[in-house]
Design a protein around this ligand. Structure first.
Ligand code: GLY
Length: 377
């Protein structure tokens, strides 16, 4: 059964949600055009981004514009995607501020533009980004996270950056990028999973010997706890590595991560920031739910024995967001609210974040049967 057939029982809700997205999006674009940078968070009727042009989320706004262009056929969104992508050239010029998140920044913006329009400047951007990401590889088997004297740090989030490397090998015919991506995925598989299927956010290795030194809490609640967004990155990241490589162990890893995510998800279907955080104060991260929903929809295609379970869980997550966490008010930019940067930073709670909107819309387009997948083209 394909996704369109599986989604049939929810067709009315999916179509209505897409209608509301298309009604709301023009205000997001209008407000984004008033910025001299790329939107990150929205509040009081305006977007802002205090982090600068090298910030890890800056590929999501152009990617969102591509999703809207694909979903509506409206040239306005294509032009807006290209405008925002060009702003990212400044980050490539100041390359020392970039780190492991080059896939988030350039795969779903520049590489997508190249795939859809054959714009040569976009190809150059995406290949340069792939080379910078490949240059972070430690031959012990992992891509180094962040800069500033952290040569042994690896993080679960980097699984989502691997599509840039798989794409670069397909584009150039040179297997080195794909081999680095597979070595990193293998190293993550060996070192990040706990026996119960949960994952560490960060593992610090000795950069010479590869010995594990520490597994700090990262953006989660405590060392040893389960940061929900990290668990979601594991679901979708391993599913994408499976799709790019065909390797069954990556699908098995994505399923383990998904099964644990669903075992621990609270009854309201709106994920906490960390599955192990105290009940009070209430602190949600709906970005984790949107990312997980995208991964679960892929798993529903890849795992026929559990397709209903994964698909129904994705629908429940998305409906909970629609009913209780999306800001559908017409004058406000930004859709998904109650997202969080990090458990330990209280001022990063209860935010709208651009990648929440991105993954929510990606999930709705998947349910509408869109075949253009930005992580794969
Ligand atoms: N990749 C960074 C984060 O999820 O916050």
């Amino acid at each position: 059964m394909d996704i369109i057939e599986r989604a049939a029982a929810n067709r009315g809700w999916i179509d209505e949600t897409w209608r509301k997205i298309t009604k709301k999006m023009p205000i997001s674009v209008e407000q984004a055009r008033k910025l001299d940078t790329i939107p990150y968070t929205a509040r009081d009727g305006a977007w802002s981004n205090p982090h600068g042009i090298s910030w890890w989320t800056n590929g999501f706004y152009p990617a969102l514009m591509w999703q809207m262009a694909i979903g509506t056929g409206d040239a306005l969104y294509r032009e807006e995607a290209a405008r925002a992508e060009a702003l990212l050239d400044e980050a490539l010029r100041r390359f020392e501020e970039l780190h492991h998140d080059l896939g988030f920044q350039y795969k779903i913006s520049a590489a997508v533009n190249w795939a859809l329009t054959k714009n040569p400047a976009s190809l150059r951007r995406a290949l340069l980004a792939a080379n910078l990401l490949a240059g972070r590889y430690n031959p012990n088997g992992f891509i180094v996270a962040w800069n500033e004297n952290r040569p042994g740090w690896s993080i679960i989030d980097s699984m989502m950056n691997l599509p840039l490397l798989y794409w670069a090998s397909r584009q150039t015919g040179d297997p080195r990028y794909r081999l680095i991506a597979e070595r990193h995925a293998d190293h993550t598989l060996r070192n990040f999973f706990r026996d119960d299927g949960s994952v560490h956010h960060i593992v610090i290795f000795d950069p010479e010997t590869d010995a594990v030194i520490e597994t700090p809490r990262g953006q989660g609640f405590a060392p040893g706890s389960t940061w929900t967004r990290g668990q979601a990155w594991a679901i979708y990241g391993f599913a994408l590595s499976h799709i790019w490589t065909g390797r069954p162990e990556y699908l098995a890893a994505a399923r383990r991560a998904a099964d644990r995510f669903l075992e621990r998800l609270s009854g309201d279907n709106l994920p906490d920031i960390d599955f192990d955080q105290p009940n009070e104060p209430c602190a949600k991260d709906n970005c984790a739910g949107a990312i997980a929903a995208c991964g679960l929809i892929e798993l529903a295609k890849l795992a026929p024995d559990s397709a209903d379970r994964y698909f129904d869980a994705a629908i429940s997550l998305l409906k909970a967001m629609d009913e209780r966490a999306i800001d559908w008010s017409p004058g406000e930019p930004g859709l998904l609210s109650q997202c969080a940067g990090s458990y330990s930073e209280r001022d990063s709670w209860n935010m709208k974040m651009i990648y929440g909107d991105y993954f929510f819309i990606e999930a709705i387009l998947k349910l509408r049967g869109s075949r253009t997948q930005l992580w794969l083209i």
